[in-house]
Design a protein around this ligand. Structure first.
Ligand SMILES: CC(C)(COP(=O)(O)OP(=O)(O)OC[C@H]1O[C@@H](n2cnc3c(N)ncnc32)[C@H](O)[C@@H]1OP(=O)(O)O)[C@@H](O)C(=O)NCCC(=O)NCCS
Length: 213
């Protein structure tokens, strides 16, 4: 699809792993707004979501020469999976990771998706990243749009995405997703009144979106 636009989108496989790790090394761990506010970029191979790349739900965007220029890592979200993430928050010794997971957990708790929508699984868009030189061409939007389509075809009743930055949130809004939790970073403070994340402009809030299918 979209070959005339200078890129195409296909299902990711495990053989894309090395290219995706390099893409994430340069354009996710350093640029995703919350990660980039941490003390140092994490090693992309430590990203929990990476293991879902070749499981038949994730997408890559490739340029005309076949290079991977975008990725959307998806998997099935379940209450057990989210409980597991909450346990990781308790056990991790990485302070930044603990802070990130605390915010994500708070969002899930307030949004209360499992009860509110009466579901026990959703299509989870976990990581979306586009190469710096290919931004603003609609690749991010096409990756999310294709994910929404895939979710529908596979019988999911809901799609879920946590947006830490303004551009991914803009894409979710443009595709008609509903914001079920939001918090401006300037209002997210610890018990001493200190900002938890110093997120660079123009990324001003965290938003959790869903789309009912
Ligand atoms: C978020 C991201 C995937 C968007 O990818 P993209 O291919 O540039 O997205 P699109 O081209 O579909 O553009 C989405 C919107 O953001 C805008 N946008 C994207 N990059 C922009 C930039 N650097 N400056 C201004 N606007 C920008 C686009 O103009 C578009 O809005 P519009 O339709 O109103 O014009 C990309 O910015 C990225 O990889 N960021 C780093 C990783 C990250 O933060 N991931 C998301 C975490 S939740």
């Amino acid at each position: 699809m979209s070959g005339d636009k200078g890129y195409s989108i296909r299902l990711a496989t495990d053989s894309d792993m090395d290219s995706v790790v390099e893409l994430l090394r340069h354009f996710f761990v350093k640029e995703e707004p919350i990660n980039s506010s941490g003390p140092k970029p994490m090693d992309p191979t430590e990203l929990y979501s990476l293991k879902f790349l070749g499981k038949g739900m994730s997408l890559v965007a490739t340029s005309a020469d076949g290079s991977v220029v975008g990725v959307c890592i998806n998997n099935e979200g379940t209450p057990a999976g989210y409980a597991d993430r909450a346990r990781t928050k308790e056990s991790t010794t990485n302070r930044h990771m603990k802070k990130v997971l605390t915010l994500l957990d708070k969002a899930e708790e307030v949004a209360d998706i499992w009860n509110k929508y009466g579901i026990d699984r959703f299509f989870d868009v976990r990581i979306i990243t586009v190469h710096g030189s290919m931004r603003g061409k609609g690749i991010g939007k096409a990756l999310l749009e294709k994910s929404l389509q895939m979710a529908k075809e596979r019988g999911y009743k809901l799609v879920h995405i946590e947006c830490t930055g303004i551009y991914s949130a803009r894409i979710a809004e443009q595709l008609g997703m509903e914001c079920v939790f939001r918090i401006p970073y300037i209002e997210y403070k610890d018990q001493n009144g200190q900002l938890v994340f110093n997120v660079p402009e123009p990324h001003n809030e965290f938003k959790l979106f869903v789309m009912k299918l």
